[in-house]
Write a protein that binds this ligand. Structure first.
Ligand SMILES: [Zn+2]
Ligand SMILES: [Zn+2]
Length: 269
């Protein structure tokens, strides 16, 4: 059996709704999946639309930062109803919205025309706007050939339309996940450049050993997880965005045996 413990939906910056994504996972033959949207558990409010033929581990991916590098902390087996977690998500959404409006304004100040209708259409669909949405609007307008090109020119950290945002410390993210009953797992360590060792010194419960961006380093990350007796996790980070690997559900999966301890976690509770 293959599993995918890292997937995004329209509730954050994915392209497919939770209903469609769970159906796609079933069609791809997955036995277990985790919907781990960025800083929201909104997908679990639509649990009645999930395809029934698949086990879904409740999850979230929380944004943190360490000395200028993005650090993402996955929370598995969180209680989506947990009040503290819900409050965090509500506050994050509010701040994200404010920040998106500032970035849109910067784009306009730089001479790019973004219609209010485009903004309204995104808000009507998912409720939040992030950098990928802004990038797609500029591609739709014909200003750039791809989302990646918009990020390179305008929206990446330090870019002319980028607005920094406040993130919780890694320790605060871990505590939040613990208070919501979950396990805190460091996401895609392969993306960390300068700060990997310092980040690994934090009290995580697990490491995302298997991820497209960790390629060629699975053994290294597995050793790190084993040395700390951490849970091993793995997933595709599927968003459904063209040009961003993996483009299809099921292209990157993890054999269940490699993450068995994590899959069995709720059995011991
Ligand atoms: Zn991430
Ligand atoms: Zn992710």
């Amino acid at each position: 059996m293959n599993v995918d413990l890292h997937m995004h939906t329209t509730c954050s910056d994915g392209v497919y709704t939770p209903a469609v994504l769970t159906k796609m996972a079933v069609q791809a033959g997955l036995g277990v999946m985790a919907i781990s949207d960025h800083d929201t558990v909104a997908a679990y409010g639509q649990a009645d639309t999930f395809a029934p033929a698949i086990r879904i581990i409740p999850a979230i991916e929380i944004s943190s930062d360490y000395e200028g590098e993005d650090v993402h902390v996955l929370g598995y087996y969180i209680d989506p109803q947990n009040e503290e977690l819900q409050a965090y998500c509500a506050q994050f959404k509010q701040r994200r919205q404010k920040r998106a409006m500032e970035m849109l304004q910067r784009c306009r100040n730089l001479g790019y025309r973004i219609d209010e209708e485009q903004v309204a259409a995104v808000l009507a669909k998912g409720g939040t706007i992030g950098r990928p949405h802004i990038a797609r609007m500029l591609v739709e307008k014909g200003y750039f050939p791809s989302v990646a090109a918009v990020f390179d020119s305008l929206l990446q950290r330090g870019g002319p339309a980028y607005v920094p945002y406040h993130r919780r410390s890694i320790c605060d993210c871990i505590s939040l996940i613990h208070s919501a009953g979950g396990l805190a797992v460091l996401a895609h360590p392969g993306l960390l450049k300068r700060t990997l060792n310092a980040v690994l010194a934090h009290p995580f419960d697990g490491l995302e050993v298997y991820h497209p961006k960790n390629r060629g380093r699975y053994e290294e990350f597995l050793q790190i997880a084993m040395a700390r007796n951490w849970y091993v996790s793995g997933g595709s980070d599927f968003h459904g965005v063209a040009g961003r690997f993996p483009e299809q559900v099921g292209l990157f999966t993890v054999p269940a045996a490699r993450v068995q301890r994590l899959l069995d976690y709720d059995k011991d509770r």
